[in-house]
Design a protein around this ligand. Structure first.
Ligand code: ARG
Length: 459
């Protein structure tokens, strides 16, 4: 038994306590980061004269050996080990005997675990950013093929105004760029080393938190030892970023579900990225999109979980905080599955340009063009809106589209209308009219595409 505490206890813990307390089955992923912290700590102990050069050499060699054994799986935690820190101390004791027990001087699991988790998350946030970028790339490549493909833009899932499908796809890239930006911003704030804060009060031993921070790649070290071991803002913030990313992926997933339905029929998924039914032979389902939508629930849940866990905690460390790890590990695991699947689905899907183009002008989606045409002729928008509404009502009765209405019907609706209004009643002209930056015309969409490609290059 390698418990890190026990001197004052007559007996070992009850089985029920040990079972509740153990975290090594999930915190073992922190092992390489814990060992990195141990190397840095060994060096400051040596600099403080608390390890002689020979001891430091043996200590670092043992840490390296243990690191390799952890990586190959030849050193494994047992359920007796309680947590990752305990297991790794056992590994050092096995290699060094009594010398292994010197490393704990001036260090507590409280500053250790906070350091490990920051290191782990900063590392994995970089992988996550890479996967987000791959999905953004896939959407951007599709968008590049559809810079001038007309599509029926919607509000309230009702035909609203024509847009280009490239613009629509890029509208899913923009939130991902913000997610990437949030990760970068989060990393800046998370770049603070808690090591040296000890249990809560820092150490009376002459340690050097600044040197440790530098060696571990942090920008600075803690400003307040009590805050250093209490602070889990970086966990909550990370979970907010992943929850919001989950929401973005869910909204994309929901759209793909709609687009692949018979009623829309805008998109056909590649066989490799679609699923069938065990009973209905004809089925081709967008399960990836649905799983992306469904898994947003657990990503949001992780954030709520940690915020709720933290809200009543007095400073400093409380054991509740052990609950901070599984939600972030789960968020990373979830996104590691979802993002590549979505990227593959998007990059291989076939867009039915004919269906989109046919659908773009229906549902009187060019009505706003009529109103704008009237505005250009000096009619106040309020009246233009009213006149166009009457034209739409007439077309509904006549069961025709706006451009099909007769010349006499036009003038019956309003003296301001004449047959030349038909010039604005094509999707092509409506799209071409949109030339200002950020709008859906092919020109601005090409500019947006170039800018997105530029931004993605920085990742
Ligand atoms: N396993 C704990 C955690 O993950 C770290 C240990 C701190 N334990 C303690 N009793 N102070 O938070």
């Amino acid at each position: 038994m390698t418990r890190l505490w026990g001197g004052r206890f007559a007996d070992g813990p009850a089985e029920a306590l040990a079972r509740l307390s153990v975290s090594v089955h999930f915190d073992w992923r922190l092992a390489p980061y814990d060992l990195a912290g141990s190397r840095a700590h060994a060096r400051v102990l040596a600099a403080a004269g608390l390890l002689d050069p020979d001891e430091l050499g043996r200590m670092l060699a043992a840490i390296d050996d243990l690191d390799a054994a952890v990586a190959t799986g030849t050193f494994r935690p047992t359920i007796e080990d309680e947590d990752v820190h305990t297991a790794l101390e056992r590994g050092l004791l096995e290699r060094l005997g009594a010398l292994g027990g010197k490393l704990r001087a001036g260090r507590s699991r409280n500053d250790q675990v906070a350091t490990d988790l920051r290191l782990y998350l900063r590392d994995h946030a970089r992988d996550l950013a890479g996967r987000i970028t791959e999905l953004a790339d896939a959407l951007t490549e599709q968008a590049a093929r559809h810079v001038d493909t007309p599509a029926p833009g919607m509000t309230h899932v009702q035909h609203a105004q024509p847009v280009t499908f490239g613009h629509w796809l890029l509208a899913h890239v923009q939130p991902l760029l913000r997610d990437l930006d949030r990760l970068r911003d989060w990393d800046e704030r998370t770049s603070v080393s808690p090591l040296g804060a000890g249990a809560l009060a820092g150490s009376g031993l002459p340690l050097d938190p600044g040197a440790v921070s530098k060696e571990l790649g942090f920008k600075t070290s803690f400003a307040n030892s009590m805050d250093a071991v209490s602070d889990r803002d970086f966990v909550a913030e990370f979970l907010f970023v992943t929850a919001l990313l989950g929401v973005h992926l869910s909204r994309l997933g929901e759209e793909v579900v709609l687009w692949t339905s018979y009623e829309f029929g805008w998109v056909e998924l590649d066989d490799a990225f679609a699923t069938g039914s065990s009973i209905m032979p004809q089925k081709k389902n967008a399960d990836i999109a649905e799983l992306a939508r469904g898994k947003a629930g657990r990503l949001i849940g992780g954030l709520v979980n940690v915020l709720t866990m933290l809200k009543g905690l007095p400073l400093t460390y409380d054991r509740d905080m052990q609950e901070d790890k599984e939600p972030v590990f789960d968020a990373l695991d979830t996104l590691t599955l979802v993002l590549p699947a979505l990227a593959g689905m998007i990059s291989t899907m076939t867009v039915r340009v004919d269906r989109l183009a046919a659908s773009a002008p229906v549902g009187f989606s060019l009505a706003t063009e009529v109103a704008d045409w009237l505005v250009r002729k000096g009619v106040p928008f309020r009246d233009a809106h009213e006149i166009t509404g009457q034209l739409v009502a007439l077309c509904s009765v006549r069961e025709c589209e706006l451009h099909e209405v007769s010349d006499t019907d036009l003038t019956t609706v309003s003296e301001h209308l004449d047959p030349s209004v038909r010039d604005v009643l094509t999707v092509k002209s409506a799209l071409a009219a949109r030339t200002t930056p950020g709008t859906t015309g092919p020109g601005p969409v090409a500019d947006q595409l170039a800018s997105v490609l530029d931004q993605l290059k920085t990742w």
